[in-house]
Design a binder for this molecule. Structure first.
Ligand code: ADP
Ligand code: MG
Length: 262
């Protein structure tokens, strides 16, 4: 099944079919079909309680669906553990990435890169990985530090980072796992308008090559940055389209935007 308005132009990075999560009688996510293209920037909007976080929990594997399927780059990942999904190319920020305050910036990034490289090996096996693999981890660490603009602060202890640099480090931890698809659930929660814009600019810059799925409250921002927007309401996807299509959609106006004029 494809979404209304969906143009079949590229590879599908993330696909869900009839994805449903019931808590007792209540369906927090109710038959959601998503088709997100590789490289697309997709935002998911909708009122509080619409099911956005539950949808992300299903995709990341934090929750098991009641029914429906999820595929990543053409592979069915519905039965995979969260760690297996990371190895398949899925990353979720920011809630699942932990910055270790007592470690340096480089050590933090290196740990994330190492976990992605050797995540399927036991600790004992990791002792015996070759210098070639370790060199690959070092290389990825350096390239991530460059991408997020923290090369000069690589030796700083994470606890000493200024607010914006800590956000950069968090994004670095996401990048270090070498994801194809990145889920961002309200990365700007609690930020001022200015911080929000700066964070989203950084996300757009650092993750330009990735497929992004973003939950964000700031509708003006969402309209400006998204390739396509999906609107959830009552657990259901009520519309998917370009920012212009979403702004002009009567049902979306009634359910969420309440007079927003693009
Ligand atoms: P959103 O992120 O869009 O604000 P959520 O996905 O957090 O919405 O929640 C969707 C609905 O599901 C809400 O009504 C919420 O109370 C309910 N819900 C979420 N998690 C649970 C749970 N573990 N048990 C029961 N109800 C839940
Ligand atoms: Mg939420």
């Amino acid at each position: 099944m494809t979404e209304p308005g969906y143009r079949e132009t590229g590879d599908i990075a993330l696909h869900t079919e009839s994805l449903t999560k019931a808590f007792g009688e209540f369906r927090a996510v109710d038959g959601v079909d998503l088709s997100i293209e590789r490289g697309e920037f997709r935002s998911v909007i909708g009122p509080n309680g619409a099911g956005k976080t539950t949808l992300f929990n299903l995709i990341s594997g934090a929750l098991t669906p009641s029914s429906g399927t999820i595929s990543l780059l053409g592979t069915d990942i519905t039965a995979q553990s969260p760690a297996e999904r990371v190895e398949s190319g899925l990353a979720r920020s920011f809630q699942l990435t932990t910055v270790f305050d007592g470690l340096s910036v480089r050590e933090n990034v290196r740990l994330a890169a190492q976990a992605a490289e050797f995540g399927d090996l036991s600790t004992a096996q990791q002792l015996f990985v070759g210098t070639e693999s370790l060199a690959a981890v070092d290389q990825r660490t350096d390239s991530v530090l460059d991408s997020v603009g923290l090369a000069d602060l690589a030796d700083a202890q994470a606890s000493t980072l200024a607010y914006g640099d800590r956000r950069r480090l968090e994004l670095g931890l996401v990048l270090a796992t070498d994801p194809e698809v990145v889920l961002l659930d309200e990365p700007t929660a609690g930020m001022s308008g200015e911080e929000t814009a700066a964070t989203i600019d950084l996300v757009e810059d650092v993750l330009a090559e990735k497929t992004l799925v973003l939950v964000e409250h700031d509708v003006d921002l969402v309209m400006r940055i998204s390739d396509r927007i999906t609107v959830l309401n009552g657990g259901q996807s009520i519309a998917t389209g370009t920012p212009g299509e979403i702004a002009d959609n009567d049902e979306v106006q009634r359910a969420y935007l309440g007079g927003y004029d693009a």
